[in-house]
Design a protein around this ligand. Structure first.
Ligand code: MLC
Ligand code: AMP
Length: 505
C-alpha cells in the first residue's frame, strides 16, 4: 500500500472528476480532473529536473489555485514541501534556504532580484516564478510536462513537509511533518467535524500555514467536495459566500471583522452548518456576539504547526466558549506540573501531547528534540492550561514567550535582536498587548544607549519593515529610560504588558 498522503486524497476524490475542487472569485471552476492533471504536470516537471524523493522544494508565493496544486505535486513526487509566508523578507528567506537546502525554489517574480543570487549562492539550481494570478515560469515549464504521473511510493514515516516555526531564541526551527502526521489528522478532523457530501467550504486563509493548508484544504480533499477559494480574507465576500456554502474556518480576527459587518445576520448564515475558529484564543465575548447575531455557535479547536490539531469542541454537544474542547481521537493530551506530575482537574499546568499527528522532531536539531520531548515521548507544547472535571481543556497562558497577532506567531526575541542592531539602541523588550483587531499587537519598548541619540518610533518601524515580515513589526514603539527588572535582573514583561495595555494600536 502506498502511504503517500496524496494516495489517500485520491481515494476520496469524486468518481465524477468533472466535479469542482475550487470555485474561484470570478466564478471559474477547477475540477478534480483538472487539478489531477495540473499537479501531475508539476510533479513530472520537478521529477524531470532530477529532484529525488526526500528533496525539499521551498515555496514562497501568494495564494493561488496553482500554489495548492504545487503542494499536491510535491506530495505526489515524494518531495518535501516547504511553504514560506509571503511576507518574509530576504534575510528570513535566506536562513530557511540555508538550513533546509532545497533542490528547487518557487517564488514571486518580485523576489527574483534578491532571490536568484541568494539561491545561486546556496547552490540551488532550480528557481521558478509563480505570481498571484497563477502565472510564471513554473506554469510555463509545466505546460510541456506530462499530465500523467505515477504517485511516488512513500512510507508513513517519510517527510511530507517542513514548516518553520520561530523559537524563543529568535532562531527558526524546521518542524518535520510526515505523511502519517498529516493523514491521521486529516482523517480524524474529517470525521470529527462530520463532513457531508454536500459541504462547500469558504477558504480565505493563507496557504502557507497549518490552518489554511492542512486543516481547511485537507478536510475538503478528504471530502472530495468543493471550496470557494479566495486570495485572502474579506468580510463582505465571506458574507456573500455564506449564502451558498456550509463550512467556514478562520482565525479570531476573521470573526471580529465579520461582526463589524451589518450584513452578518441569522439569514446570511442560514445555510451554514459549521464555523471553526483556531490558531489564537477566541474571546468568549466574540463567541457570544456571534451566536447572538447568527444563531451559530463557533466551534473552537486548538493546534500547533508541530502537532496539527490536538483538541476540538464537539460537533454535537456543548461547544463551551473559552475552552478548546476535548482531545481528538488518537491524540493524548495531558496537563502536568513543573515536575511532570499529572495535574488534577482544575489545576493549571503544562500541556503535553502525543499521537500520530505529532512531529517526529525538528530538522537537523537533535538537541532540540531532546528538550522538546519528554522521556515518555510527549511533546511539550509550551502552552499552559487546565482540564475541567468534565474534560474540556482551557488554555490559560503560554510558558513560551510568544505573541499571536491576527493568527500569526511572533517570537519577541527575533524582533528584539533586530531592534538591538540599530545604532543608538542599548536594549529593547517586545511584548504583546491586547488589540481589538489582531487579538494581540506587537509592541516594542526601547532604551537608548547612554549619550547616543535614540532612534524615533518611525525610524525603528522603518528599520524593522526592511528586515522582518510585516506582521512582526511593532504597531507601536515606546522609548524609555530603563526596563523594569526583577531582583534577578530579568526584564519584567508582565509589567510592560500592563503598562502598555490599551496603547498597542
Ligand atoms: C496583516 N497585518 C498584520 C497582520 N496581518 N499585523 C499584525 N498581525 C497580522 N496578522 C498588517 C500588515 O503588516 C499591514 O501593515 C496591514 O496589516 C495590512 O496588511 P494586509 O495583508 O492587507 O492585512 P489583512 O489582509 O487585513 O490581513 C489580516 C489577516 C491576515 C488577519 C486577514 O493576517 C490573516 O489572514 N491571518 C491568518 C493567519 C493564519 O492563517 N494563521 C494560522 C497559522 S497556523 P502595514 O503597516 O504594512 O500597512 C496555526 C496553527 C493552528 O497557528 O492552530 O491553526
Ligand atoms: P503555530 O506555532 O503558529 O502553529 O501556533 C500554535 C500556537 O497557537 C499554540 O501553541 C497555541 O499557543 C496557539 N493556539 C492555537 N489554537 C489556539 C486556540 N484555539 N486558543 C488559544 N491558543 C491557540
Amino acid at each position: 500500500m502506498n502511504e503517500n498522503l496524496y494516495s489517500l486524497f485520491e481515494s476520496r476524490f469524486p468518481a465524477d472528476r468533472a466535479r469542482p475542487l475550487m470555485i474561484l472569485e470570478d466564478g471559474r471552476e477547477i475540477s478534480y480532473g483538472e487539478a489531477e492533471a495540473t499537479c501531475a504536470r508539476y510533479a513530472s516537471l520537478l521529477a524531470g529536473l532530477g529532484l529525488a524523493p526526500g528533496d525539499r522544494v521551498a515555496v514562497q508565493v501568494e495564494k493561488s489555485p496553482e500554489a495548492l496544486l504545487l503542494y499536491l505535486a510535491c506530495l505526489r513526487a515524494g518531495l518535501v514541501y516547504l511553504p514560506l509566508n509571503s511576507a518574509y523578507q530576504q534575510g528570513e528567506v535566506g536562513y530557511f534556504l540555508g538550513n533546509a537546502e532545497p533542490g528547487a525554489v518557487v517564488a514571486q517574480p518580485r523576489s527574483m532580484p534578491w532571490l536568484e543570487p541568494l539561491a545561486a549562492g546556496r547552490g540551488i539550481r532550480h528557481v521558478f516564478t509563480l505570481d498571484e494570478h497563477g502565472q510564471g515560469s513554473l506554469v510555463q515549464a509545466a505546460g510541456a510536462a506530462s499530465p500523467q504521473f505515477a504517485t511516488v511510493q512513500r512510507a508513513s514515516s517519510d517527510l511530507a513537509a517542513i514548516l518553520y516555526t520561530s523559537g524563543t531564541t529568535g532562531r527558526s526551527k524546521g518542524a518535520m511533518i510526515t505523511h502519517r502526521n498529516l493523514a491521521s489528522n486529516a482523517t480524524v478532523l474529517h470525521a470529527y467535524w462530520g463532513f457531508r457530501p454536500d459541504d462547500v467550504l469558504v477558504h480565505m486563509l493563507p496557504l502557507f500555514h497549518v490552518h489554511g493548508l492542512f486543516v481547511a484544504c485537507h478536510c475538503v480533499l478528504m471530502n472530495g467536495t468543493a471550496m470557494r477559494f479566495h486570495a485572502k480574507f474579506d468580510a463582505r465576500r465571506a458574507l456573500a459566500d455564506f449564502a451558498r456554502s456550509t463550512v467556514f474556518m478562520g482565525v479570531p480576527t476573521f470573526y471580529t471583522r465579520l461582526l463589524a459587518e451589518a450584513g452578518l445576520t441569522r439569514e446570511a448564515c442560514a445555510g451554514m452548518r459549521l464555523f471553526v475558529s483556531g490558531s489564537a484564543p477566541l474571546l468568549a465575548e466574540t463567541h457570544a456576539q456571534f451566536e447572538e447575531r447568527t444563531g451559530q455557535r463557533i466551534l473552537e479547536r486548538y493546534g500547533m504547526t508541530e502537532t496539527g490539531m490536538l483538541t476540538s469542541n464537539p460537533l454535537a454537544g456543548e461547544r463551551r466558549p473559552g475552552t478548546v474542547g476535548f482531545p481528538l481521537p488518537g491524540t493524548s493530551v495531558r496537563v502536568v506540573d513543573d515536575e511532570g506530575r499529572a495535574c488534577a482537574a482544575g489545576e493549571i499546568g503544562h500541556i503535553q501531547v502525543k499521537g500520530d499527528n505529532v512531529l517526529p522532531g525538528y530538522w537537523r536539531l537533535p538537541e532540540k528534540n531532546k528538550e522538546e520531548f519528554t522521556a515518555d515521548g510527549f511533546f511539550r507544547t509550551g502552552d499552559v492550561g487546565t482540564f475541567s472535571a468534565d474534560g474540556y481543556l482551557s488554555i490559560v497562558g503560554r510558558s513560551k514567550d510568544l505573541i499571536i497577532t491576527g493568527g500569526y506567531n511572533v517570537y519577541p526575541k527575533e524582533v528584539e535582536l533586530a531592534i538591538d542592531e540599530l545604532p543608538g539602541v542599548a536594549e529593547s523588550a517586545v511584548v504583546g498587548v491586547p488589540h481589538p483587531d489582531f487579538g494581540e499587537a506587537v509592541t516594542a519598548v526601547v532604551v537608548a544607549r547612554p549619550g547616543a541619540t535614540a532612534p524615533t518610533e518611525s525610524e525603528v518601524i522603518a528599520w524593522l519593515k526592511s528586515r522582518l515580515a510585516n506582521f512582526k513589526v511593532p504597531k507601536r514603539v515606546f522609548l524609555v529610560e530603563e526596563l523594569p527588572r526583577n531582583t534577578m535582573g530579568k526584564v519584567q514583561k508582565n509589567v510592560l504588558r500592563d503598562r502598555y495595555a490599551g496603547k498597542g494600536a
